[in-house]
Design a protein around this ligand. Sequence first.
Ligand code: AMP
Ligand code: ZN
Length: 113
Amino acid sequence: MSDCLFCKIIAGEIPSTKVYEDESVYAFLDIEPQAPFHAIIVPKVHIASAAEITAENSGYIAKIYEAVAKIAKAENLEKGFRVVNNCGEQGGQTVGHIHFHLLARRNLAWPPG
Ligand code: AMP
Ligand code: ZN
């Protein structure tokens, strides 16, 4: 999508700090980190949100979680981490390209608020 921030990051039109990439997935550091380690993981195709997942595109979500496990190993996150997907206005989503926050290296409160 031409007007999507994360599509532009994936295309390299907007700079980012890459933490992982494969044929399906791109991951980069969040510009406003909410934890000592905070990466954003996105599929390389434009899917607007979790509300748009279908049988046709759900394979990308499996690839996202494969990437989570690889990043966690590479970053030595053996103490644990949290994966967050904000969906829609009340869910706190501000960028309309589905993305998963990978937060780590501090104790994370529950419930999240
Ligand atoms: P959400 O609020 O769940 O939609 O998350 C959007 C996230 O994207 C926020 O945590 C932002 O800090 C992050 N973000 C926005 N612009 C950039 C950027 N140019 N590079 C990296 N992260 C960004
Ligand atoms: Zn997009």
